[in-house]
Design a protein around this ligand. Structure first.
Ligand SMILES: [Zn+2]
Length: 495
């Protein structure tokens, strides 16, 4: 095993033969790019573990024979770290978090959280801004407190022209060395960037592709003081810490629920430039352990495009209702299901569906996956679409002004697909959709009927998820061994 000292009193443990240490302080020349790696397939990724300084505590105690595997590690910092022991008491509650504002709604950017710089990259003098609506090069540099340094750059007409419009959610990275603006990177797409470099003849800018090498990084640590402090010391960015709070939102409240001794492991996307980790985007998988309980979550995107963090053991069996209650967004429930006076003919008659009033042309959505059983004109229903679903259920949508172009009998539709538009064709007094829900041909009240449940993942999705998750779980499990060694040591008897 090799050991490297990193800035901030953390150490990096490298599994033998796997990985060469990267230069942290100064950026080496641009390494040859390996083929762009997908975040989901990286069997030969180096196992890189960064443990927080608490490892030193463990090291100190390890020499007493507690944890032999780390007994080979000794460090000149051991004395200062041992002082930390007074702050660490097994089982005591972790400090209340400060300044950890979890967003109520996921914000922009790829992960839904603003990207930010990794603590390591601050050593390389990088600064970063996730651009917002209305940002110009000048306002963005101003926000980074670099407007003064950037004056010569802002005067460059060619660069100003290229960077005239900046895309919200893109990143602006700036490297400052010796009070000189050394490099500026504007990431327009995920791997399409405009790079400005300082040369003897002033600034030179050019567009480049595959600027960043995207890798998976792993960090494990034990909570001792606060998630922010310990997470930062272990090498996590603010964004990653916030994301962890989101990932485990159903398991623990990061603001109040964490305890000293809780362990966290995280696998995340790591953007490297010129051999150094610069910034992160999203958590790919994570693990949270409290005493004997361990929760694991793996990021996965369902076929409908929804991305979430699923528990590999539990969530694959999660059920959701197979039907939406309403076929139009924002439609007002007008005439209800059951006996009523007929709005046109005046006599009392059972109303076999539920009416939703909405402006003409409002899209009508399939309330569940199914096939088109009928599409056309049908007496009082006017323009109507009838869908066939699971469990002998059919739904019907009447009085449409028109059908979704290209939709025909026998076609498959997905829940939420537009099938037609609100109108007032057939026997109708105004623009609305007449919605029926039938079980084996018998009309049910669509508003109150018990809806069938289906698995949250299709069989195909479940297979994909399981394949992906098993690789992640294996890595998280290996990571946990490091975190376990990082745990506060139990108090010695009489000590
Ligand atoms: Zn009706």
């Amino acid at each position: 095993m090799q050991r490297y000292n990193l800035p901030g009193n953390s150490i990096e443990i490298v599994i033998p033969g796997d990985y060469k240490p990267k230069q942290m302080k100064s950026a080496p020349s641009l390494p040859k790019k390996s083929p762009k790696s997908s975040p989901h397939t990286s069997p030969k990724k180096p196992l890189r573990y960064i443990a927080s300084r608490s490892l030193f505590i463990v090291c100190g105690l390890a020499t007493l024979g507690n944890i032999p595997v780390y007994s080979m590690i000794s460090t000149p910092d051991a004395t200062s770290s041992v002082l930390n022991l007074t702050e660490v008491e097994s089982g005591s509650p972790a400090q209340v978090l400060q300044d950890l504002n979890l967003p109520a709604v996921a914000s922009e950017s790829f992960s839904g959280f603003a990207m930010d710089i990794l603590p390591d990259a601050q050593q390389g003098n990088w600064k970063m801004r996730t651009l917002v609506e209305g940002d110009t090069l000048e306002t963005a540099l101003d926000a980074l407190k670099l407007s003064k340094l950037a004056k010569p750059l802002l005067k460059d007409a060619a660069i100003a022209q290229e960077l005239e419009t900046l895309k919200p959610d893109a990143a602006l990275l700036v490297q400052v060395v010796d009070d000189q603006l050394q490099q500026l990177i504007y990431t327009k797409g995920k791997n399409n960037a405009y790079i400005v470099s300082s040369t003897d003849n002033g600034f030179v800018g050019k567009w480049e592709s595959d600027v960043f090498e995207i890798r998976e990084s792993k960090i494990a640590f034990t909570v001792k003081h606060s998630i922010q402090r310990d997470g930062k010391e272990a090498g996590l960015s603010n964004s990653l810490i916030r994301q962890l709070g989101h990932v485990f939102r159903q398991d623990v409240d990061f603001k109040k629920g964490l305890r000293a001794g809780d362990k966290l492991g995280v696998i995340f996307e790591d953007y490297q430039y010129q051999g150094a980790s610069i910034y992160t985007d999203k958590v790919l998988a994570a693990e949270y352990s409290h005493r004997e309980t361990t929760k694991q979550r793996v990021r996965f995107t369902l076929e409908d495009g929804k991305t979430d963090y699923f528990s590999p053991n539990a969530d694959t069996e999660l059920k959701r209702t197979a039907f939406d209650r309403t076929p139009v967004a924002g439609g007002r429930m007008s005439s209800g299901f059951g006996m009523r006076r007929h709005p046109v003919f005046g006599f009392r008659k059972a109303h076999a569906g539920q009416d939703f009033a909405a402006p003409r042309g409002t899209p009508i959505h399939a309330t569940a996956d199914g096939q088109v059983k009928f599409l056309g004109r049908q007496g009082g229903y006017g323009n109507v679409v009838e869908l066939r679903h699971i469990n002998g259920i059919t739904t019907l949508y009447g009085h449409m002004s028109g059908f979704k172009q290209g939709l025909g009998s026998g076609h498959s539709v997905k829940r939420g697909d537009v099938i037609g538009y609100v109108g007032s064709t057939g026997t109708s007094t105004g623009n609305h959709v007449h919605y029926e829900y039938r079980m084996n041909g018998v009309a049910q009240n669509p508003v109150s009927v018990d809806l069938p449940q289906v698995g949250i993942m299709s069989a195909k999705e479940m297979q994909q998820f399981k394949n992906h998750a098993s690789a992640m779980i294996q890595q998280l499990t290996e990571l946990r061994k490091v975190a376990a060694a990082d745990a506060p040591a139990p108090k010695q008897n009489g000590g």
